[in-house]
Design a protein around this ligand. Structure first.
Ligand SMILES: [Fe+2]
Length: 423
């Protein structure tokens, strides 16, 4: 027995008010995924899948617990007579139906642990158990995630992610893709699905994605959104009192980028005098329009970034790579010398799995000589040969013009907000 869709939504909202946190929206995203995948699988009931996805973490109603949320959810659902939802509370964390695979603290009483153990022993796994396990691994609190990104995020937070569980999550994904004959990411509308209020203004910048994986910057998650300090301060999800207060207190005189309409509306309403700049996010590209010959004026020399140039970090280029070896393997860049001095440079700002963010600078007194353009040509040729995807975020008309010259197309023009101390 399971509750109706409306009753399940009510139960979740009520539970969330007892223990607010990102788990509420995570549950909603999981429900969406479950419904969409079930729709494409013969013999599965999408409504049931939705309800089970919505309630799988309902045990979090009773406070911040780790393994305890499993037994709390099971007992609560059994108490209400929803035995099928209770079973999912139990099975969603155990792809291999063993208590020991749990990632997180064992914070149960002996009775609760025994309840989980004996419950798992009795279960004969079915497709709903498998489906919610998969959806738990796909659902972030702000949208559908790449399954590896999500597992890496869990690994970062808990310090471990057992290989068998990693493998079985990938196997579950393959299992449902085989059944549905379609990619799970397409079925769940990964690229476009947002919870109401979370509609995004732009596709996710590389810096933000790197921060979300714990590779760059710092990130604070709130119940319904997040604040990520990663060169820019990215505001995602919905603003709420705690996150709005943090922005006002900690992020004045910093470039604020609203990833959602909800944050944009908040900043504009709360700070009517806020300064606004406009930037243009270009479409990431891996093929470019490049000049036949690379030339720089006489007296200047163009070269790739070698170990010596890397060591100087011209214009802080390369500074986000831990070592020359890391930069050589994953990054790319070029410099222009005049004498022994570097006067222009272009390089990857950071790299993420074959994608990199381009950054370019020219020293004062050397602008207007196309030195930056020469560096970028050199670098993009290298990126094209090595199969890198390049992200370019143009900060002004000059940068936009340069990007277009190399074949980049504008994707989104977006506002960057700048709060003064007085706003
Ligand atoms: Fe979950």
């Amino acid at each position: 027995m399971i509750p109706s869709r409306q009753e399940a939504e009510r139960l979740l909202t009520e539970a969330e008010s007892c223990n607010p946190g990102p788990w509420g929206n995570h549950s909603r995203v999981a429900a969406h995924c479950a419904e969409k995948i079930a729709e494409a699988c013969e013999g599965m009931d999408p409504e049931k899948a939705y309800v089970l996805g919505l309630l799988h973490d309902i045990g979090r109603k009773f406070g911040v617990r780790h393994l305890g949320h499993v037994s709390d959810g099971y007992s609560w659902m059994m108490f209400l007579g929803y035995d099928e939802a209770a079973r999912i509370c139990l099975t969603h964390s155990f792809n291999n139906y063993e208590v020991d695979e749990y990632i997180g603290k064992f914070d149960t009483t002996n009775e609760e642990l025994e309840l989980i153990r004996s419950g798992l022993r009795k279960v004969v796994p079915d497709d709903y158990d498998r489906l919610i396990q998969l959806c738990d691994a796909l659902a972030g609190s702000e949208g559908v995630m790449n399954i590896e990104d999500r597992m890496n995020d869990v690994r970062r937070r808990y310090g471990r992610f057992p290989q068998p569980k990693w493998d079985s999550n990938l196997a579950l994904k393959a299992y449902f893709e085989e059944k549905a004959r379609k990619s799970v990411y397409d079925l769940t509308e990964k690229a476009t699905f947002r919870l109401p209020g979370n509609e995004r203004i732009m596709s996710l910048p590389l810096l933000y994605r790197a921060a979300r994986q714990g590779r760059f910057g710092t990130r604070t998650e709130f119940s319904r959104g997040s604040v990520t300090d990663a060169l820019f301060v990215y505001l995602d999800g919905e603003p709420e009192p705690a996150s709005a207060a943090e922005v006002g207190a900690r992020y004045r005189v910093r470039p604020l980028v609203c990833l959602t309409e909800a944050w944009k509306a908040h900043i504009e309403a709360r700070y009517p005098g806020v300064k606004v700049y406009r930037r243009t996010q270009m479409k990431p590209a891996s093929r470019f329009i490049l000049p036949e010959n690379l030339t720089v004026p006489e007296g200047f020399r163009l070269a790739g970034i070698d170990e010596a140039a890397f060591g100087k970090h011209p214009f802080s280029h390369g500074a986000n790579y831990p070592s020359w070896g890391a930069f050589r393997a994953e990054g790319s860049g070029a410099v222009v010398y005049r004498g022994g001095e570097i006067v222009a440079s272009s390089s990857s700002f950071l790299s993420l799995d074959g994608e990199l963010e381009l950054d370019v600078s020219t020293a004062e007194g050397f602008r207007g000589m196309r030195l930056a353009s020469a560096c970028v040509s050199f670098m993009l040729r290298d990126c094209m040969e090595r199969g890198f995807t390049v992200h370019w975020d143009a900060q002004n008309e000059i940068s936009l013009h340069l990007a277009r010259k190399f074949g980049f197309e504008a994707e989104t023009e977006y506002p960057v907000y700048w709060l003064s101390e007085k706003d």
